[in-house]
Design a binder for this molecule. Structure first.
Ligand code: FAD
Ligand code: SF4
Ligand code: SF4
Length: 477
């Protein structure tokens, strides 16, 4: 019998009377010792991670049990939220413990900060790219943190209606519905020079602020003394938007700045983020829990711009990149990824490094993400195809209004995607790569399991790593 004080949700099961009983769940270590090194889809669910800090009460255990049983028994993933919504109707439970246990301590948290931003009583700090429940006793059992977490479940089925998506331009190409696509860029050459690609993102934000359609923008700025480390910013001026232009390939928890926007009453706002952040925002906006924080996000975020994203990189990656190109990291002014890693130094010199080598430093957490194209954004923007232009997909009416307004006012110019067909070719391929063989994040092995398998690389885990389908035996004939 495992002593209750040392156990985690996976080690204990709660019967209907609320009494804790030892389960048959195996530990990660024993599971791995009994299986081959290949991970079957969905085969590693409900296993415990030893060393969890949280001991959870019986209601919370019951939620975890129901959640895992819905997930593991093949229920529609859009129904998984029933596990916590049911308990909410019975007076609530400590959702923070469920979230910390199921997502954060299992090492599955992608760091989107949705839970941190939406918590109405500020339970969380954000430390080392994940939430920390510093003020856990303040929890008011509202369940919003769990509602907003994109790792626990996919976005709701009714999201396309809520988003007012445009009629689709094409049959499903594997990267979400969109009305039309163009190459776009700012008409201001100085902005293009400072931007990552065509400066479309910054131009839309600046136009929105200038016209008064936006009062603020949640985006990613840089640390003053570390040019490649991102940080969130609520920008309200032209200078702030321009100062944040360009991409940092480390993770920037942009959505943390939502808290400041709400506190200061800055609205309406736009949010710029990578796809995991877009999903967090959409879950926040679309939550069925009617609390004022969720309502605030619903009413005041008027534009969501998603950046295409294959992966983000660890902070350590910047040091490693410096070694690869033989410069001090502080001299790196900009990184762009174009099949290879293109690095601009502080003196304007450009050096390149192998993307394949650099990908060894992709964030392990990015495994838990299947969205390359920011499928739930109003506008998706990326750097594939035509150089110095932004490949732009317009997905919703809000996205269309923003782009058309900027074009009409002369802030943005466009070209058809046919000018460089390789853009959409790459889009389709990169989006497919990110979904290849991957089950939903909740069904993937956790970090301890991946460590035990010796395979943390998110790019290869499901292609050439332990998650890849087993090779079928060749037909002997
Ligand atoms: C981590 C990461 C991975 C990416 N991967 C791809 C990819 O695989 N394929 C592809 O085509 N495009 C990718 N992009 C998008 C690309 O780098 C450009 O952001 C996009 O083409 C828009 O260019 P722009 O010139 O219009 O944007 P700009 O006008 O330069 O504006 C860029 C905006 O991005 C924000 N930003 C910068 N760094 C971050 C960050 N780390 N997290 C969140 N927001 C940030 C800034 O605040 C700014 O508002 C990635 C971007 C990031 C941040
Ligand atoms: S993935 Fe996002 S919402 Fe989920 S626990 Fe991590 S930071 Fe919170
Ligand atoms: S790969 Fe996914 S989880 Fe990683 S930064 Fe990009 S959108 Fe977020």
């Amino acid at each position: 019998m495992v002593p209750a004080s040392k156990t985690t949700r996976g080690d204990l099961r709660c019967d209907d009377t609320g009494a804790d009983t030892e389960t048959k769940d195996r530990t990660v270590a024993s599971d791995l010792s009994q299986s081959s090194s290949r991970v079957e889809r969905g085969s590693t669910q409900g296993l415990s991670v030893e060393g969890s800090k949280h001991s959870v009460d019986s209601k919370t255990l019951r939620v975890g049990e129901l959640y895992r049983s819905l997930r593991d028994q093949g229920s529609d993933p859009n129904e998984w939220a029933y596990a916590w919504r049911r308990e909410l109707n019975r007076g609530g439970f400590r959702a923070v413990d469920f979230l910390m246990d199921e997502v954060v301590e299992s090492g599955k948290c992608i760091g989107c900060a949705a839970c941190v931003a939406i918590c109405p009583v500020d339970v969380f700090d954000y430390v080392d790219e994940k939430p920390q429940d510093t003020r856990t006793s303040a929890c008011v059992l509202c369940v919003l943190c769990v509602e907003a977490c994109p790792v626990l479940r996919p976005v709701d089925n009714d999201l396309p209606t809520m988003l007012h998506q445009l009629s689709p331009a094409a049959e499903d190409q594997g990267f979400g519905s969109y009305g039309y696509g163009v190459y776009a860029r700012s008409t201001d050459p100085e902005l293009v020079a400072n931007a990552q690609d065509g400066g479309l993102v910054s131009a839309l934000l600046l136009h929105g602020l200038e016209e008064g359609d936006l009062k603020g923008v949640v985006l990613g700025d840089v640390e003053p003394d570390q040019t490649q480390i991102g940080r969130p910013l609520l920008a309200t001026t032209r200078e702030e938007v321009l100062g944040a232009a360009g991409s940092r390939y480390t993770y920037s928890p942009n959505t943390l700045a939502l808290r400041e926007a709400m506190r200061r009453g800055v609205a309406p706002i736009a949010v710029v983020g990578v796809p995991c952040q877009v999903d967090g925002v959409r879950l926040q906006q679309n939550s069925s829990i009617s609390l004022s924080t969720a309502a605030w996000y619903r009413d005041n975020i008027s534009l969501v711009i998603g950046l295409l994203c294959s992966e983000a990189f660890t902070h350590e990656s910047i040091e490693k990149l410096g070694e690869m190109i033989d410069v001090a990291p502080i001299r790196i002014e900009n990184i762009n990824i174009k099949g290879k890693v293109v690095v601009r130094l502080d003196n304007g010199e450009v050096r390149t490094a192998s993307l394949k080598r650099y990908q060894d430093f992709a964030r392990p957490a990015c495994l838990y993400c299947l969205d390359y194209g920011a499928e739930n954004a109003d506008i998706s923007a990326g750097g594939i195809g035509l150089d110095n232009w932004t490949l732009t997909l317009v997905r919703t009416e809000a996205g269309h209004r923003a782009l058309q307004g900027a074009i009409d006012a002369g802030w943005v110019e466009i070209q058809p995607l046919e000018t460089e067909p390789r853009g959409m070719f790459l889009f389709e391929r990169l989006a497919a790569n990110k979904k290849k063989n991957r089950p939903l994040p909740a069904q993937m092995p956790d970090l301890a399991q991946r460590e035990a398998l010796g395979w943390l690389n998110p790019k290869t885990f499901y292609t050439t790593g332990p998650g890849a389908p087993a090779q079928t035996d060749k037909d002997p004939s």
